[in-house]
Design a protein around this ligand. Structure first.
Ligand SMILES: C[S@@+](CC[C@H](N)C(=O)[O-])C[C@H]1O[C@@H](n2cnc3c(N)ncnc32)[C@H](O)[C@@H]1O
Length: 269
């Protein structure tokens, strides 16, 4: 099977394939991607409870978020897709992976096992976390983003994400609120990421015209961030309804719009 035989959504320069990410990556040439941004399944929809609209209910993001049967199998999956991600990355390419404690330690171990070098471990601090339903733990107020390279150099657009004042350098703790309503106008995805988060990662680590790949495209946040910043995008998504949602969001985005704003306003993301 070739790329052309897969069902695709979006537009030239921002394509989403209805496919398993490992199978899609196997069709992509080695060393073809500048950056991977991945938000893989958390594997947390396994009988836990949460508070939703004031009521305790089961955590259920969807079948895609269930465990593959054991921690070992979930970890093997992480090694499998990261191995392919490493293959498709250019020698100076980098990979971002976001996650909660349910998956991020497996991800970190897999990255290091595969010889990828961690550049930063970024804390996405959520100012508005959901309350802890059963009063048994602290509220979960952050997620982690691991940023890693193949070890042959990497892009860091220091001046684009920092103000000229060296005392005000952006740290690895990013305080960014949950997804605003205006980013949900094209439809619903249970784990949509805020554009500000993905935009900052791509602005810092890629250049205009670079190719960004997202193996777990979901609602297409990475595609939108890439298009706003005039990067090219390819993504994989298993669920047709999310491919359609991503395509709607891509269609509603103006190419290069945020890049033009940044140029007009000056540095500091
Ligand atoms: C955590 S969500 C990503 C959310 C995305 N970052 C956003 O902002 O909308 C993970 C997505 O990966 C998809 N998925 C799960 N396993 C997959 C696989 N093996 N290949 C491709 N997509 C997969 C799920 O359907 C889900 O939409």
């Amino acid at each position: 099977m070739g790329l052309r035989e897969l069902e695709s959504y979006g537009e030239p320069g921002a394509m989403v394939y209805l496919a398993d990410c490992v199978e899609l990556m196997r069709l992509m040439p080695a060393g073809s991607v500048d950056a991977v941004f991945a938000d893989p399944p958390y594997r947390l929809s396994n009988g836990g409870v949460t508070l939703k609209n004031g009521r305790v209910g089961p955590v259920d993001k969807g079948a895609w978020d269930r465990s593959l049967g054991s921690f070992e199998r979930d970890h093997e999956f992480n090694v499998r897709w990261l191995e392919e991600a490493r293959r498709v990355l250019k020698p100076d390419g980098t990979v971002w992976v976001s996650g909660t404690h349910h998956a991020i330690f497996s991800i970190g171990f897999a990255l290091q096992t595969l010889g990828l070098k961690v550049i930063n471990s970024v804390v996405w601090e959520k100012p508005d976390p959901p309350p802890n339903a059963l009063h048994t733990a602290f509220t979960h107020a952050h997620e982690t983003l691991v940023w890693a390279s193949k070890g042959r150099g990497h892009t860091f657009n220091y001046e684009l994400v920092n103000s000229p004042n060296p005392g005000g350098q952006l740290s690895s703790v990013w305080r960014i609120p949950a997804v605003p309503r205006r980013e949900k106008l094209c439809g619903y995805h249970p784990t949509q990421k805020p554009l500000r988060l993905v935009r900052r990662a791509l602005l810092a680590s890629t250049g205009e015209g670079d190719l960004v790949f997202d193996p777990f495209c979901g609602s297409g946040t990475t595609a939108v961030a890439a298009k706003e910043l005039n990067r090219s995008f390819v993504g994989a998504e298993l669920e047709e309804e999310f491919c359609e949602l991503a395509a709607r969001r891509i269609g509603a985005t103006e190419r290069g719009s945020v890049l033009r704003e940044i140029r007009a306003l000056g540095p500091g993301a």
